[in-house]
Ligand binder design. Structure first.
Ligand code: SAM
Ligand code: SF4
Length: 323
């Protein structure tokens, strides 16, 4: 389905939990964020019903996220049920990778297409510092498992934060020369504890200049599921490098997505107040046609663009928005 601005909306990010097993400093406070009660969170069969309705308005790809999607019980079963839905072409997942090692194969067998893995440092002590509790070696086991079972292309999401990891930009870029890994440098957004602020923000133009000190970047159009990234081939290497500048490069004009939060709110835009409650109608016995109508309404509500750049003062929490 097209929205008011002629954008074809065919992709939905589905947050399946607001819980997380890490506490990344730019995302959450050390104590975590107030969690929704068990009853507020969509049950797995409710998620399947809502995705079925989404397919009716033209959603063709679904990405599971969170919180940390792999902490949700029976995520493998959910992937299996979604992957079997007629009309849905791809189910993918964004994860911090901590639980991916043992789950990669069952997820692949259930029908998962590919994974994005968030990794902000290649240095064990620093990784622990940024995530407060994470173990880098465990994430690497997850990355290796994803490559081995073919959850490809494997993308690594790297949020660049000044003073945290901006001195590792070239190390990440070199990884794409050695391994079939697709590095996506992401600008920090004024969401979560990132209120730490504007001083920590590194624009993608600066990240790209740093990469170009050592690499010749050749634009790449065809990488599956490129999304908002501008991607480049790495000379002589199996990987690629991409840049996602949510703030500095408005890509809203080619935004193709909706978001479904873990507590059943349909959000037409990550950073915009409007949302539609789909859980209450679902639990009150709405028909499939009525649910489809709510999805149509969400598409129709999509704003032309976000106003993220106004947000450093009042950040929201990414793990609740379904990042
Ligand atoms: N827990 C999973 C993970 O970390 O991959 C999925 C959810 S997480 C909210 C999704 C992505 O949002 C991660 O790549 C994370 O680094 C990113 N993220 C969180 N807070 C952010 C912020 N303030 N700015 C930019 N990206 C952010
Ligand atoms: Fe958890 Fe992902 Fe947020 Fe890190 S970025 S705290 S892994 S939800």
């Amino acid at each position: 389905m097209e929205d008011r601005f002629g954008r074809r909306i065919n992709y939905m990010r589905v947050s399946i939990t607001d819980r997380c097993n890490l506490r990344c400093r730019y995302c959450m406070p050390a104590a975590g964020v107030p969690l929704k009660s068990h009853d507020d969170i969509l049950r797995l069969e409710e998620i399947v019903t809502l995705v079925e309705a989404a397919v009716q308005v033209g959603i063709r790809q679904v990405r599971l996220t969170g919180g940390e999607p792999l902490v949700r019980k029976n995520v493998v079963g959910l992937v299996g049920r979604l992957a079997a839905l007629p009309g849905l072409e791809e189910v993918s997942l964004t994860t911090n990778g901590i639980l991916l090692g043992p789950l990669a194969r069952p997820l692949k067998e259930a029908g998962l297409g590919r994974v994005n893995i968030s990794l902000d440092s290649l240095r064990p002590e620093r990784y622990r510092y940024i995530t407060r509790v994470g173990n880098l070696e465990t994430v690497w086991r997850g990355i290796r498992a994803a490559l081995t079972v073919g959850l490809t292309p494997v993308k690594l999401n790297v949020v660049v934060v000044r003073g945290f990891n901006d001195d590792e930009i070239l190390d990440f870029a070199r990884l794409a020369r050695r391994e079939p890994l697709h590095i996506r440098f992401i600008e920090l957004m004024p969401i979560g504890t990132a209120a730490a602020g504007e001083a920590a923000y590194v624009p993608v133009a600066e990240i790209k200049r740093k990469v170009e000190e050592e690499f010749t970047l050749e634009p790449l159009e065809a990488l599956r599921g490129c999304g908002p990234a501008r991607s480049f081939r790495v000379e002589g290497g199996p990987g690629s490098i991409g840049f996602i500048g949510a703030l500095s490069e408005h890509f809203c004009h080619r935004c193709n997505r909706l978001r479904l939060t873990a507590d059943g709110k349909l959000r037409p835009c990550l950073y915009w107040e409007g949302e539609i409650d789909v859980k209450t109608p679902l639990r009150n016995g709405a028909s499939q046609d009525e649910l489809v109508e709510l999805f149509r309404r969400a598409v129709a509500l999509k704003p032309r663009q976000h106003h993220l750049e106004e947000g450093w003062e009042q950040p929201r929490v990414m793990s609740q928005l379904g990042g």
